[in-house]
Design a protein around this ligand. Structure first.
Ligand SMILES: [Zn+2]
Length: 179
């Protein structure tokens, strides 16, 4: 950030007394521009014991298999966001069952939240974001072609819950190498 989004004057990056981190500060209008992680909401959609995966038609991770999900919008809750993304990316109608996983990717300042969801019907439609959509039995999950660590974490969490007959919420994180 170079300029204040409030008054368009240049900002400085500095730590103010009493705070533990530097912030972008506008000394003209005194506004402090806090920057915080963004929330990604999604679902692990299941029908008859199989998980629905979508092959990504967009970057990043083009061509890899994805769980439906995307950036949470303002003025919606996480359940609404997860269901909206499922409708947008695969035109599926589902019922959220429980909070499956919460996964932090701290180096890119993101929190990924996935719900286990039951599809009301097996129907889906391809979209520009999802160029191929398919159901996978747990033993057939294409582990080497899964996009994003948070999807791997959600899938592993689902399998662990299945094996243990539980609805546990799994919490994890991934720190990218700092070089
Ligand atoms: Zn300003």
């Amino acid at each position: 950030m170079n300029f204040c989004s409030h008054c368009a004057c240049p900002v400085v990056f500095e730590r103010i007394e009493g705070d533990h981190l530097p912030r972008y500060i506008c000394h003209t209008c005194q506004k402090i521009h806090y920057q915080n992680p963004r929330v990604i909401v999604g679902c692990l959609p299941v029908f008859n014991g199989k998980v629905l995966l979508c092959r990504r038609g967009i970057h990043p991770q083009l061509g890899f298999w994805n769980l439906v999900g995307g950036f949470m919008e303002n003025n919606e809750n996480i359940m609404e966001g997860a269901a909206r993304e499922a409708a947008e990316e695969a035109h599926i109608d589902l019922e959220l069952i429980h909070l499956l996983s919460v996964f932090t990717v701290s180096r890119i300042n993101q929190v990924h939240i996935h719900f286990l969801a039951e599809m009301k019907t097996p129907n889906f439609e391809l979209t520009p974001e999802s160029t191929e959509i398919a159901f996978f039995d747990p033993k057939d999950i294409p582990w080497n072609e899964i996009a994003f660590q948070s999807n791997l974490f959600a899938l592993r969490s689902w399998l662990e819950n299945l094996a243990n007959g539980q609805y546990k919420t799994h919490v994890g994180s991934y720190e990218l190498p700092t070089f």
